[in-house]
Ligand binder design. Structure first.
Ligand code: HEM
Ligand SMILES: *[C@@H]1O[C@H](CO)[C@@H](O)[C@H](O)[C@H]1NC(C)=O
Ligand SMILES: *[C@@H]1O[C@H](CO)[C@@H](O)[C@H](O)[C@H]1NC(C)=O
Length: 367
């Protein structure tokens, strides 16, 4: 992928044209990690309500076959995270004084040399380099591709809602300035201000953080690479909202690191930002309300992701291609969540008293 970045754009086109010729003879489908666009199966396209969405069927197939491999693993997770790091790049204060317009505009791909230098974007460099060739090969905008890849990636995660996808974003004219992506070391008050400036409510933030239910940290403590952010990283479920409320007792892996809070379990990594948002007076009750309420969480995440995915864009220009997004597998979501082994109700740091704390089983899902 790094190689593709160094090839001047006109040479990529030559390569793609050459590959397209090869394709017609041999049916070969891999160029620079992305396939050359080919006509969709006529039937699949005809079945779409809007023919303008047809090309996105090919792109979904290409991403699944050549990047995600139909899994909810590192590439899909980084793609979901990238949708946030692109979409959050908007500031209403800067729109007000007319210094910057941004949002879900693909600036993190288009101006990757600038935005990947920001510390909060260091862990999304691989997915940025991996996605660019797909945009070139299929001749779609960066802003569209970032949000589309997140929606397709999410569809690989058991328990996730089926995200919507609108196509036709205007791509970025400038890079997003530094400090628009929240830091994992930030207090909740800073994060809430940043979210508000970017166009989001405190409820939106709590809903968006459901993504951490399948997330892992790979860079804050490299010696504990891959430690999940909740005890059921295989499921897009509400376990995350319970786990983050359990009293933190230790730093798993190699000591304390930037952005790391004490975790209740040796097998789990807790971000300071998650711990803070779970306990802040403006967010604690929304946070608690998702525990063991899979359907409520799914609806809220789907709606907040739609808002994120069109942040700063003119809705009237966009075409609804949601029908192209596959539904996610549901196998985990009917399972009630439970206290992880060794923990129980006495370990909950309660900060919301507006509603009773949900009653949960003490057994682990694996026992
Ligand atoms: C306050 C806001 C947030 C902060 C401070 C934050 C911070 C982080 C950090 C530090 C990591 C670990 C990165 C690594 O070491 O590899 C992470 C992982 C992740 N984040 Fe967030 N995040 C926030 C919100 C979000 C949102 C809104 C989404 C998506 C909607 C998201 C999606 C993810 C995903 C999917 C991962 C896992 C990536 C992987 O497994 O490779 N995050 N986040
Ligand atoms: C515009 O607003 C931003 C955010 O409040 C501020 O950082 C920046 O200095 C302002 N720029 C001008 C030219 O007023
Ligand atoms: C923790 O990691 C740092 C940097 O990676 C290293 O210098 C240090 O020796 C490690 N400590 C332990 C206890 O493994």
């Amino acid at each position: 992928m790094l190689v593709a970045d160094r090839i001047p754009p006109h040479l990529i086109l030559v390569k793609l044209a050459a590959a397209a010729v090869v394709l017609t003879f041999f049916g070969v489908s891999d160029v620079l990690g992305a396939t050359v666009p080919k006509a969709s199966p006529r039937g699949a396209c005809d079945a779409l309500a809007d023919a303008r969405c047809c090309k996105w069927l090919n792109i979904a197939e290409d991403l699944q076959a050549n990047l995600f491999e139909h899994s909810c693993d590192e590439d899909a997770l980084e793609a979901i995270r990238l949708a946030f790091h692109d979409g959050i790049g908007r500031s209403r204060a800067m729109e007000w004084n007319q210094t910057f317009w941004g949002g879900a505009d693909g600036s993190i791909l288009k101006f990757s040399d600038i935005e990947l230098a920001y510390p909060e974007n260091h862990a999304v460099d691989d997915i940025v380099h991996a996605l660019k060739p797909f945009a070139e090969a299929h001749a779609v905008g960066y802003g569209d591709l970032v949000q589309f890849a997140a929606a397709v990636g999410t569809s690989n995660c058991p328990g996730a809602p089926r995200l919507r996808f609108l196509a036709g974003r205007r791509d970025a004219l400038t890079a997003a300035p530094a400090s628009l992506v929240p830091s994992p070391a930030a207090p909740a008050s800073d994060i809430l201000l940043r979210m508000h400036d970017a166009g989001f409510t405190s409820d939106d933030l709590v809903a968006l953080l459901a993504a951490h239910s399948v997330g892992r940290q790979r860079t804050l403590d490299p010696t504990a690479g891959g430690l999940p952010l909740d005890s059921t990283p295989e499921a897009f479920d509400t376990q995350f909202y319970l786990d983050v409320l359990l009293a933190g007792t230790r730093f798993p892996g190699n000591g304390s690191h930037y952005g790391e809070a004490r975790s209740p379990l040796e097998t789990q990594f807790r971000l300071i930002s998650d711990a803070e948002v779970a306990r802040h007076p403006l967010t604690a009750c929304a946070w608690q309300s998702f525990i063991n309420r899979q359907d409520k969480m799914m609806d809220a995440f789907r709606d907040a992701m739609l808002k994120l995915s069109v942040n700063g864009q003119d809705l009237a220009r966009l075409v609804d291609c949601s029908e192209v997004i596959p539904p996610a597998p549901l196998q985990y979501w009917t399972k009630p969540i439970a206290y992880p082994p060794g923990t129980g109700p006495a370990d909950v740091d309660r900060t919301c008293f507006d509603a009773p704390f949900p009653s949960l089983s003490a057994s682990s899902r694996n026992s």
